[in-house]
Each structure stands twice: as structure tokens, then as C-alpha cells.
Design a protein around this ligand. Structure first.
Ligand code: ADP
Ligand code: MG
Length: 525
């Protein structure tokens, strides 16, 4: 195995987990590996593909990346080919001949191609070593990148009962993992779950005010003594991508826009400039970055709230691939929630809409979470981080500004308790503000002692405070879809004056309200 590793890849040692996965595949076992981006998943199937008799069928979702993968494999001395909708007739013939002659190690196919009956019948006539499913989370509707074509891969176990399957992903919450195992029907697989902790990334969340100015201030500070450092700035809409890029150019920064609405040629040119350090800063929608392996990205900024944590993790994960320190800053304002919720409401499929809403809630929770960012990110992936202080996020390093809000917490917790923990944050807020809404009157909540005790603050304040109570575990919701906060034991300590409560200082509600109006009319990615 080690000899093959150095012969084909020129590497002297395995990265964590690679060896055990390669071994499992060599032993003809099914395998399932969850490893972060950049962890070296390709090698886990390419190496056994080179060592085993027969061809490894690699299913991979992006035709645009397939050619690069094939080229990279060929450059390592592996014999790789591809069949997808872009393949010409002569290439197809060439690949077909190579397979029949037993001269191919890896055949990359798109799921659409796999899903044709004829193709499956053809595959049955050749000597297959094993199937490798790359980006396996695409099979799960809980994942962030569900592709219905991947569902066809459930057929592998019945159509090819004797051939092992190895599945790989970088984005698997425990739920997505279960989905992958079940839908692929893996048989007693060797399961690997690598740590998702990126020690060298510093995570911070800052209240979003005038985001272009904030990005500018960040760059001025960061690049003062390190002019040519590379970074990616994510924005949600194409319009904002262009506006931010233009703004930064006008301030003398080498920044270029990138989004799916630009002509291919121009996009590719900009991507190449970025990879070659000619243009150090890219302002992009999430269309940018898939398959990009640039080691020296020193910062990733998010000008807008991402839709889900997986996306956020992938995007920030493009920083610091070389293991050197890198910075990730998310500018978070509640106005973004309004916009994202609006887009979620447009999703027609009910199930997909429900999932999108839950994912957004988790993202909001992360941004508002008044505890170590690393702990909450890792918790999302089902990983616990035992050190109490990561020392490498805004919270642990004491960068955030805190204010006491014990009295306010008591008011809100009391309203939750007195209404039996059966009402959402909106209703609790109405009670605190003394709003005589239909629901308040109907339930007689205007007669509660807490009715109207929170008039000194506005709605935005109370919504934030309730989020902070949830984030710090003083209240808890059991069902994210119908989030009704209930007081926890820790919350009772605040109610009984046994502990204090602090929140991160917030931007004022007025500002949030005016920004909300501006952020309404934005386009897609
Ligand atoms: P993933 O698919 O998990 O995101 P890749 O397979 O694309 O990651 O690998 C990321 C990078 O790590 C590639 O440049 C690859 O050559 C490199 N790499 C993988 N395994 C090793 C290893 N054992 N030693 C050194 N570099 C490796
Ligand atoms: Mg990969």
C-alpha cells in the first residue's frame, strides 16, 4: 500500500484515516467516510482502484469538475476516463475499448448516465472492482445539495450484489449520514468519521451595519502589512457581488467579481487569476469555490447570512488549506433573516421548504450563539469538542462586547413560564410589549403580571434576547419547526436570582428596520 502511495501519488505518508479506508476497500468491504473538504478523499478510492483488478466506477455530481479529476488522476499515472453527456462519440469508443482491454483503473460517470437502463446493462458485462460514490450527501434531501439523480444509486446493491461500494462526503450531519447509509443500502460498511475541527481557522461574527464599509475596514486592517494576501468575500446576490467588488476596486483593492450570471470565459479567467495570485481578492456568490484547492487563502468573509451551516462550513473551509492561520468573519444582521425567509417561502415542495427553514434556524442559532463558535459548528456535525476554550474564535478570545441583561432575561423567562412554554418568541414578545393582539386577548395573557413589563425595549431587542436565552441554554426548543421556548433548569437559576445573564451588545433596532427595506429586492445566486 505504501509503495503504491509513493509510486502513484508521490506521497510519503497517509493523511488521517486514509489508510484504514484503503484497507477496507482492498478487503472488499463497503465503506463510508465522512471527511472534511481537503481531507484527501479522492486518494481513498483512487489508490485501491490502481491496486485492484477491474475498474472502479466513480459517481460524481459535477460534470464540469470531472475532466479535472480525470486529468489529475492521469497525471498521477492512473488510467482514468469519463462518460457523461459531454463525452464525444470517439472518446466514448476509446473509453469502451480501454475498459474491455482491462486498461482502465477509474471510470468517472455522472449519476444521470448511471441512471439509464442501457448503461447499467453494459456495466454488467465488464469487470468492476468497486463503486466509489463521491459527494454522497447528494443522495439525501437533508443535505445541502440534494440531487434527485443520486437516488438511482440505490439500485447498485440490487443490480450489482457482489460489488463493494465506497461512499464519501464532506458534509454529513448524523441525519445525512443515516440517510446515505440507508439509501445506498451499504452492507456492514467500514465507517470513518474524521474530525471537522479546523484548528487554524479563527471564526468571528460581527453585527452587520454598513457591510461594504465593514469589509473595507477589515481589508485595510488585515492587508496593511501583507498586501497580496488572498481572500474570498461571499455575497448572496449577483447585484451585491458586483457592487462590493466595484466598491473595493474604487478603494484601490485588487478585487474581482464572480457569479453564475457572468460569461463562462470571463469567470474562468478570473478564477485562474485568483489561483495564480494575480487577483488576490474574489467577491463571489456561492457559485465560486467548488473544487478549488488554493492553499493560501487567508480570509473568507461572509457579507450576508448563509442559508445553512454546511454551506458556511464549506465556504469558510476554503481558507487556510495550507494549515497556516486564516480568518473567517460573518457579518450578521437580522435583516438577512427576513430576506432568506422570503426565499424559503417561495420553495414549492413542502418537505424541502421545511428543511430549508430548519437549516436557516440552525444558521441563525450559530450566528447568535453566545458560546464558542467552534463548539457550535462541531456540534452541528455531531462532534463534541471537549476543550472549554478554543482560544481561536471571537467568543473565546473575548472580542465581543457584552452587557448585563439579567432583569430582561427574568422578564422573558417569566413570560415563557407563565404561558406554559407553549408559545413562540413572537407571542412572548407581544406579551412583554403589552400588545393586545387577538391571540393575547383570547388567552387572557393581558392579565399576566408580565404583560407590558418590557416596554422599555423594542420588538427586535426582545427577539434577540430570546435567541440569546436559547443560545445560552436558559431556554430550549424541542421542535425547530414549531419553536416554542421552554425554561430550562439553568433558566430557573436566573429566575431565582442565582446567576446573572449577559448578552452580546446589539445593533439598534431602528437600524435593523431601515436596512430591512433596502435588502428586499435581491436576486438569486
Ligand atoms: P477532498 O476530496 O477530501 O476534499 P482531495 O482528495 O481533493 O480532498 O485532496 C485534497 C488535497 O490533498 C489534494 O491536493 C491531494 O493531492 C492532497 N493529498 C491527499 N492525500 C494526501 C497525502 N496522503 N499526503 C499529501 N497530500 C495529500
Ligand atoms: Mg473531493
Amino acid at each position: 500500500m505504501h509503495a503504491a502511495l509513493s509510486k502513484f501519488f508521490g506521497f510519503r505518508s497517509f493523511r488521517p484515516h486514509q489508510e484504514e479506508i484503503v484497507q477496507a476497500i482492498l478487503d472488499d468491504r463497503d465503506a463510508f467516510a465522512v471527511m472534511p473538504t481537503g481531507g484527501g478523499k479522492s486518494l481513498c478510492y483512487q489508490l485501491p482502484a490502481a491496486m485492484k483488478k477491474g475498474v472502479c466506477i466513480v459517481v460524481s455530481p459535477l460534470i464540469s469538475l470531472m475532466k479535472d479529476q480525470v486529468d489529475a488522476a492521469n497525471a498521477n499515472g492512473l488510467r482514468a476516463g469519463t462518460l457523461n453527456s459531454m463525452t464525444t462519440a470517439s472518446e466514448r469508443e476509446h473509453v469502451g475499448n480501454a475498459i474491455r482491454a482491462g486498461e482502465l483503473d477509474l471510470l468517472y460517470v455522472s449519476p444521470e448516465r448511471f441512471n439509464t437502463g442501457l448503461f447499467i446493462e453494459r456495466l454488467k458485462t465488464i469487470d468492476i472492482a468497486f463503486f466509489a460514490i463521491d459527494e454522497a450527501h447528494c443522495i439525501s434531501s437533508w443535505g445541502h445539495d440534494f440531487r434527485p439523480d443520486y437516488l438511482a444509486l440505490s439500485r447498485i446493491v440490487s443490480e450489482f450484489p457482489n460489488i463493494p461500494i465506497a461512499a464519501f462526503t464532506a458534509t454529513a450531519t448524523p441525519q445525512v449520514s443515516q440517510d446515505i447509509l440507508q439509501r445506498l443500502g451499504l452492507r456492514k460498511p467500514h465507517i470513518t468519521r474524521a474530525s471537522f475541527n479546523r484548528k487554524n481557522l479563527f471564526y468571528a461574527v460581527q453585527p452587520k451595519k454598513n457591510v461594504d464599509q465593514q469589509i473595507l475596514a477589515f481589508l485595510q486592517d488585515r492587508l496593511r502589512n501583507r498586501k497580496n494576501e488572498s481572500g474570498i468575500i461571499y455575497r448572496t446576490s449577483r447585484k451585491n457581488v458586483e457592487a462590493t467588488a466595484e466598491f473595493l476596486q474604487s478603494k484601490g483593492f485588487k478585487a474581482k467579481p464572480y457569479h453564475a450570471g457572468m460569461p463562462d470565459q470571463q469567470r474562468n479567467a478570473i478564477q485562474d487569476e485568483f489561483l495564480q495570485d494575480d487577483c488576490p481578492i474574489i467577491v463571489a456568490t456561492i457559485a465560486f469555490g467548488m473544487g478549488i484547492d488554493k492553499p493560501n487563502v487567508r480570509f473568507v468573509l461572509h457579507g450576508d447570512l448563509p442559508k445553512n451551516i454546511e454551506g458556511y462550513y464549506q465556504e469558510t473551509g476554503r481558507a487556510g488549506r495550507d494549515g497556516e492561520l486564516a480568518q473567517c468573519v460573518l457579518f450578521f444582521g437580522r435583516q438577512d433573516i427576513v430576506m432568506l425567509s422570503y426565499f424559503i417561502k417561495q420553495i414549492e415542495d413542502d418537505e424541502a421548504q421545511k428543511i430549508a427553514r430548519m437549516q436557516l434556524n440552525q444558521m441563525i442559532h450559530f450566528a447568535e450563539h453566545d458560546a464558542c463558535r467552534r463548539v457550535s459548528l462541531l456540534a452541528y456535525f455531531g462532534e463534541s469538542f471537549s476543550e472549554t476554550d478554543c482560544n481561536h474564535c471571537d467568543i473565546c478570545s473575548g472580542d465581543v462586547d457584552r452587557v448585563d441583561a439579567t432583569i430582561e432575561a427574568q422578564k422573558a423567562l417569566s413570560a415563557m413560564h407563565r404561558t406554559g412554554g407553549r408559545f413562540g418568541a413572537g407571542h412572548i414578545t407581544d406579551i412583554l410589549l403589552g400588545e393586545k393582539t387577538e391571540k393575547v386577548l383570547e388567552r387572557g395573557h393581558d392579565r399576566l403580571p408580565t404583560f407590558g413589563v418590557g416596554k422599555e425595549h423594542n420588538k427586535v431587542y426582545w427577539r434577540n434576547l430570546i435567541s440569546a436565552l436559547l443560545a445560552q441554554g436558559l431556554a430550549r426548543v424541542e421542535d425547530l419547526e414549531y419553536p416554542v421556548p421552554k425554561v430550562t433548569d439553568e433558566g430557573w437559576k436566573v429566575l431565582r436570582n442565582q446567576r446573572e445573564f449577559q448578552i452580546i451588545r446589539q445593533q439598534s433596532g431602528e437600524r435593523a428596520a431601515t436596512q430591512k427595506k433596502k435588502s428586499r429586492s435581491r436576486g438569486g445566486r
